[in-house]
Write a protein that binds this ligand. Structure first.
Ligand code: A3P
Length: 240
């Protein structure tokens, strides 16, 4: 039966905030061996994982397996390496990621209880939301990109902006409204998520953080951000 309240707590696992679904499976994750032609989508939560997964799935299987499109939810086609549960959660700017993650943790009953927005934002800034610091994720892959030619770094903001061209080239199916309606991509079949609290396909916008951050939160966040990001050349757009 559907879960109606948050059942998990975040625990500190080697310095990263996680829930037991991830840590229980840690040996398998650590021992995973990729094949040379595997594609790994490395995202901080809420950066557009589902979107990129669907685009890649359509590029690879869109023409050859029509039944795949109607019968298999996207999180089963492109599984989460770190999770041994069938359902879960590109780089996206910190403020929109924090807002999206907050709404996701409110509606996802296997997330830890998010608390109020102000507490949550502070936890995000402290790197204590699930999967650890956004800052380390985006900067870490940005550094790796300088040495690994196979690493393709994508920005959510660019995808929203160039969406029209990209959508036309692949299919109109990856448009936000289409993915929101599509039962195979909108997570509506997942029992631990309460869409009455917040739908998974929530807004899909750049800049929704402006509807959540107070002026004081924004000033505090920017000051902290500048400090956390002072030694990287990586730049995000928080509006387009
Ligand atoms: P919002 O909560 O801001 O709406 P993830 O898949 O990594 O969990 O990320 C989810 C976020 O990506 C949600 O953001 C969701 O609405 C957005 N998203 C998913 N598909 C999208 C699309 N086709 N276009 C724009 N945003 C999309």
């Amino acid at each position: 039966s559907p879960l109606t309240s948050h059942i998990n707590k975040l625990t500190d696992f080697e310095g990263v905030s996680l829930v037991h679904f991830i840590t229980d499976n840690w040996e398998n994750i650590k021992n995973f061996k990729a094949r040379p032609d595997d594609i790994l989508i490395a995202t901080h939560p809420k950066a557009g994982t589902t979107w990129v997964s669907y685009i890649l799935d359509l590029l690879y299987f869109g023409n050859t397996s029509p039944e795949r499109q109607t019968s298999l939810p996207i999180y089963l086609r492109v599984p989460f390496l770190e999770a041994n549960f069938p359902e879960t959660p590109s780089a996206r700017n910190a403020k929109d990621s924090a807002v999206s993650y907050y709404h996701f943790d409110r509606m996802n009953m296997i997330s830890a209880e998010p608390g109020d927005w102000n507490t949550y934002l502070q936890r995000f800034m402290d790197g204590k939301t699930m999967f650890g610091p956004w800052y380390n994720h985006v900067c870490g892959y940005w550094e790796k990109k300088q040495t690994y030619p196979n690493l393709h770094y994508m920005f959510f903001e660019d995808m929203v902006e160039v969406g029209n061209t990209l959508r036309k080239r692949i299919t109109k199916g990856v448009h936000f409204d289409a993915m929101k309606q599509n039962k195979m991509t909108n997570y509506s079949a997942v029992p631990v998520m309460d869409f009455k609290i917040s739908p998974f396909m929530r807004k899909g916008k750049v800049g929704d953080w402006k509807n959540h951050f107070t002026v004081a939160q924004n000033e505090q966040f920017d000051k902290h951000y500048k400090e956390k990001m002072k030694s990287t050349t990586l730049q995000f757009r928080t509006q387009i």
